[in-house]
Design a protein around this ligand. Structure first.
Ligand code: NAD
Ligand code: DAU
Length: 372
């Protein structure tokens, strides 16, 4: 089977590529990634030594690039991770979100449809090769925001509230439209917040880890009471793998681990875990910017409450019953273990952090947090 994995040099896409290579011996993967600020070839550098993996630099909106891939490789599955993914950036500059997330998705669908079509049925609908599928990696944010109770199910009405989530909803709708209008074999997965290795340090958990190690303040938006439903990235990868191979065509699957946490809890837990790991394993202290034996400054006084995100969704929580019942998927990594694994990974991979933050990151940080 040959996979086209778009956005495979980003956080979840790269984890998915690593997961596929481990899990399926007979596989070919083509990664298409434009290497925006969020993409880093270094993340899959070791994997690229594997002859089963090919990298193409390019934009998912580019008809020519996507066509060349379909001409050259017998693509069975498209798994579309490529996106502008950060809500705060979408508030500053919405347009690129619409361009990449909506038009890019439509371009991928259109080229895949062309190459997968075998003819027409009696009603005029296209017919497709066997063993092909387009999977759109979507988000729980398309459902909007919850109050204190309740869960998002696959039938919860779409109610996006940020430019990012509106663009992801637009993408979902165009995927659904290709499924309905052209009977194209598609699936959509909608996952909650991921965490784990290779997470770009603009997102809450890796940003907090980076700031602690640099002795910087830890910016918590509003009063820190917003709730996110955290899932270890490898569990998300397993869910996507299951949906590609066993998901019923045309269906949406919610993915989440029943692991709701207030932001402030996440920040406090990250502080205490880093401190404990630095005490247990003094070698990790080389990740600290400040030298010296005293690490008593790593405490909750680093927390600073800053101006809230505009339109900040209060709470997300996924009901994953459908994917569990239909495909036997369940989250395997408990949060208590996943967060320790993640923090250890950052302590051990400071070179990666330096590499991905060597470009415009400092400018971004100043712009985003300078006057907050
Ligand atoms: P990311 O920002 O870390 O990675 C995105 C990748 O897409 C990068 O490698 C980037 O270079 C690439 N890319 C961006 N624009 C492109 C374009 N025009 N053409 C080709 N490549 C392009 O994002 P992520 O956190 O890994 O998220 C991946 C997908 O999963 C996104 O679609 C996101 O909406 C979805 N998602 C993310 C989460 C999460 O918690 N991170 C949760 C649910 C769903
Ligand atoms: O729910 C899935 C979504 O999760 C994905 O679709 C998005 O691509 C992904 O970025 C993520 O969106 P969030 O906005 O929830 O993630 P982020 O890490 O940006 O923020 C998590 C929470 O922490 C949110 O309530 C905002 C808050 N926050 C974030 C940052 C960066 C802070 O309090 N301080 C910060 O500095």
């Amino acid at each position: 089977m040959t996979y086209l994995v778009t956005g495979g040099a980003g956080f979840i896409g790269a984890n998915f590529v690593k997961y596929l290579l481990k899990k399926h011996p007979d596989i070919q993967i083509v990664v298409l990634d434009d290497l925006t600020y969020a993409g880093n070839l270094g993340t899959i550098k070791e994997d690229l030594k594997d002859p089963r993996l090919t990298f193409v630099k390019g934009d998912i909106k580019d008809r020519k690039v996507v066509t060349e891939i379909f001409e050259k490789y017998p693509i069975n599955y498209v798994v579309n991770f490529a996106a502008e993914s950060h809500v705060d950036r979408s508030i500053e500059n919405p347009q690129v979100f619409l361009e990449t997330n909506i038009l890019g998705t439509q371009n991928l669908l259109d080229v895949a449809k062309k190459y997968w079509t075998t003819g027409k049925d009696a009603h005029g609908y296209p017919t497709y090769k066997n063993g092909v599928k387009y999977l759109q990696v979507s988000t729980d944010e398309v459902y909007g925001s919850l109050g204190a109770t309740g869960y998002f199910t696959e039938t919860t009405p779409l109610d996006p509230r940020s430019p990012y989530s509106a663009s992801k909803t637009g993408a979902d709708l165009i995927v659904k439209a290709y499924g309905e209008t052209y009977k194209m074999p598609v699936n959509i997965t909608r996952c909650s917040n991921n965490y784990g290795p290779y997470h770009f340090p603009e997102k809450l958990i890796p940003l907090i880890i980076k700031n602690i190690l640099e002795g910087k303040q830890l910016p918590v938006y509003g009063d820190g009471s917003n709730v996110r439903d955290w899932l270890y990235v490898e569990d998300h990868c397993k869910a996507i793998d299951a949906v590609v191979l066993q998901g019923k065509v045309g269906e949406v699957y919610n993915v989440g681990g029943h692991n709701e946490k207030k932001n402030i809890e996440i920040v406090k837990l990250t502080i205490s875990t880093i401190k404990r790991l630095l005490e247990e394993t003094p070698a990790y202290r080389k990740a600290l910017k400040k030298t010296g034996d005293d690490i008593s400054w790593i405490n909750e006084s680093l927390i600073t409450y800053v101006t809230d995100r505009l339109g900040h969704d209060q709470r997300y929580a996924i009901d994953p019953t459908k994917i569990t019942n239909e495909l036997g998927w369940y989250p395997e990594t408990r949060f208590e273990d996943g967060i320790v694994k993640t923090i250890r990974w950052y302590l051990e991979n400071q070179d990666w952090v330096k590499e991905v933050t060597s470009g415009d990151y400092q400018k971004y940080y100043e712009q985003m947090y300078g006057n907050r």
